[in-house]
Design a protein around this ligand. Structure first.
Ligand SMILES: [Zn+2]
Length: 100
């Protein structure tokens, strides 16, 4: 599962690679690609503390989503077909086997 980050600049959600490295350089934990490029162009470096907090928040969100996926969602799954009716269980086949 990939980590989802929220850009602190534009508020958008983005999915950097799992390694947090883009083909053209390291990914940011606080800025989406667009904002990161803009910040880099402006000569602004990301705050390492902010990046650590963002990374921890993304990991916590992922753990929460994983827990939700495995919890109520799975318990709500119902069988696609109803169980066999009484008539289906006591058909001619059942009678024959009893007599034989
Ligand atoms: Zn952004």
């Amino acid at each position: 599962m990939r980590l989802v980050f929220e850009c602190v600049e534009c508020g958008g959600h983005y999915l950097p690679p799992e390694s947090l490295v883009y083909p053209d350089g390291p990914a940011s934990a606080i800025w989406c690609t667009g904002c990161q490029a803009a910040k880099r162009a402006a000569g602004v470096r990301e705050d390492p503390l902010l990046a650590r907090v963002a990374l921890a928040a993304a990991r916590a969100a992922l753990a929460r989503r994983t827990a939700e996926d495995a919890g109520p969602a799975r318990a709500d799954v119902r069988p696609s077909r109803p169980p066999l009716s009484r008539r289906a269980r006591s058909g001619p086949g059942g009678v024959r086997s009893k007599l034989g």
